[in-house]
Design a protein around this ligand. Structure first.
Ligand code: KIV
Ligand code: ZN
Length: 510
């Protein structure tokens, strides 16, 4: 069997589904460029029929990104496949990823209508026909067609084998075996993949792929069991983001294959030193914070604190480290950017961080950089990422902040006064009391915007260390059935909170 494992990245599709927000074409392109530097084999750029915005994102990435295969998702429905085909038209190497639910639970739930057959047996026959037709239709757009047998982890094995054989006959070149619900365990999943690779008669005509979810925290382990037993493509996301508990984290799977080459005997083409940068970018643009203890890319992944560990590492690094931080791109030295750093130095640093900006964008970022540098003396890479997002990926401001004043204390009722400017230039000012200064600010903003949103979650983190760190607030708000994420950055946490809230409201208004 070949020893290369293909890496299929679905950060922009499955990953984005999890964030409670849409990335939009511009941010998706930025991440796709970085995935290209990471050298993933396939980028699943979106689900074109799901929204015009996703269609545009897949189209833009298809046009701009050269190198990896660009893939679009579809259901086994003609209209989905046609939309996918259109969105991918400009891709040098295009793949359509189509498929259907194959477990009894999925069939009974999604195909309950009699039009799919009156009994489970009849529905299963119908679904095989739909799958074949979908693959054949997809093949009219590209020779590279991947079929996903959704919820394979809970499917009846014989039926799964039958459908795999049928779609390969119809022209599928990759067959994806997703553990959609994160139900399986490594030993069982490994056996399933081994049996597929030995019992499905025409399996040699396709690559078997594994796509594992993390509901039981087993996504990476199941993925590794899959490749140990014959799968040659793995699907995952950066930072393990994705539906519910997420997908297998690509950085974990790839580093396991690399670090334990002795055990797996496999390789990937991934440029692993791009991992840290990719992780930061995905975290920043989606507003999803990476836990400090996250394997490979977490802030503490290479930090040693206890005396015994520090002593051991200083004497011989391998005592407590199985990977070298530089192999995954964890920066070893601090980068000193100050107000004296000119545009040229800033551009150079931004390019190193993966941000390609137009002259106009660079100017905006530079102006903001100077303001931050004056307040902080020293600006770190994480500050820059936050500034870039704030300045270049801005949503149009229906409401912008003119003035904010909050009073709080242990014997004071937290009170805030906020003045906002509306798009038409009108200024409105309101004051409110709250359970804390942030609550008071949000109430005052609510009085002006008159949009009754509910705060679902609020997260504050220091983008960089030290007392003058930039504070980043990520707030998730709900309005009717919509959940929107807003982000705000400032050296003042109350201002960052207000910016995040306004950012969410401005997105909502659009
Ligand atoms: O988890 C899953 O089954 C999926 C498919 C759409 C591939 O994401
Ligand atoms: Zn999935």
């Amino acid at each position: 069997m070949p020893s290369k494992i293909f890496i299929f990245d679905t950060t922009l599709r499955d990953g984005e589904q999890s964030a409670g927000t849409r990335l939009g074409a511009r941010k998706k392109l930025e991440i796709a460029r970085q995935l290209c530097r990471l050298k993933v084999d396939v980028i699943e750029a979106g689900f074109p029929i799901s929204s015009p915005e996703d269609f545009e994102a897949v189209k833009l990435i298809s046009k701009e990104i050269k190198g990896p295969v660009i893939c679009g998702l579809s259901r086994a429905i003609a209209a989905d496949i046609d939309e996918c085909g259109k969105a991918l038209a400009k891709a040098k190497r295009a793949r359509i990823h189509t498929g259907i639910g194959v477990s009894d639970v999925h069939i009974a739930g999604k195909f309950s209508s009699d039009k799919y057959g009156k009994s489970m047996a009849k529905k299963k026959v119908k679904l095989i026909k739909m799958s074949r037709d979908a693959v054949k239709r997809a093949r009219t757009y590209t020779d590279d067609v991947e079929f996903y047998a959704e919820d394979s982890g809970r499917a009846d094995r014989d039926y799964l084998f039958e459908i795999i054989q049928a779609v390969i006959e119809a022209g599928a070149t990759v067959v994806n075996i997703p553990d959609t619900t994160g139900y399986t365990v490594p030993e069982k999943f490994g056996t399933l993949i081994k049996d597929i690779c030995t019992k499905v008669p025409n399996v040699d005509k396709a690559i078997i792929s594994v796509h594992c979810h993390n509901d039981l925290g087993l996504a990476a382990a199941n993925t590794l069991a899959g490749i140990k037993n014959g799968a040659r493509q793995i699907e995952g996301t950066i930072n393990g983001i994705g539906e519910r508990a997420g997908n297998a984290a690509i950085e974990e799977v790839v580093m396991a294959v690399k670090t334990r080459r002795d055990y797996f005997g496999l390789k990937t083409d991934i440029v692993t030193r791009e991992f840290y940068r990719t992780s930061r970018m995905v975290s920043d643009l989606l507003g999803m914070v990476v836990p400090p203890n996250k394997a490979v890319v977490g802030k503490n992944a290479f930090a040693h604190s206890s005396g015994i560990h520090v002593d051991g590492v200083l004497k011989k690094r391998e005592t407590y480290e199985i990977m070298r931080p530089e192999d995954v791109g964890v920066p070893k030295s601090r980068v000193v950017l100050t107000a004296r750093t000119g545009r040229h130095g800033l551009r150079h640093r931004l390019e190193k961080l993966g941000h390609t900006l137009s002259a106009g964008e660079l100017e905006k970022v530079y102006k903001r950089f100077l303001v931050v540098a004056d307040k902080k003396q020293e600006v770190f890479d994480e500050d820059l990422a936050a500034i870039v997002e704030d300045e270049t990926m801005k949503v149009p401001e229906t409401f912008s902040m003119e003035y904010i004043h909050a009073i709080t204390g242990n014997r004071t009722v937290p009170t805030a006064t906020v003045r906002l400017k509306k798009k038409d230039g009108e200024l409105s000012q309101e004051a409110a009391c709250g359970d804390g200064p942030v609550d008071a600010v949000y109430k005052a903003i609510g009085k002006i915007t008159k949009i009754p949103v509910k705060v679902v979650s609020y997260e504050l983190r220091a983008v960089t260390g030290g007392r003058k760190a930039l504070g980043e607030v990520v707030v998730q708000v709900k309005y009717k059935t919509k959940q929107i994420v807003g982000r705000g950055v400032s050296t003042d946490v109350i201002e960052a909170s207000a910016k995040a809230y306004l950012n969410a409201i401005n997105k909502l208004v659009i």
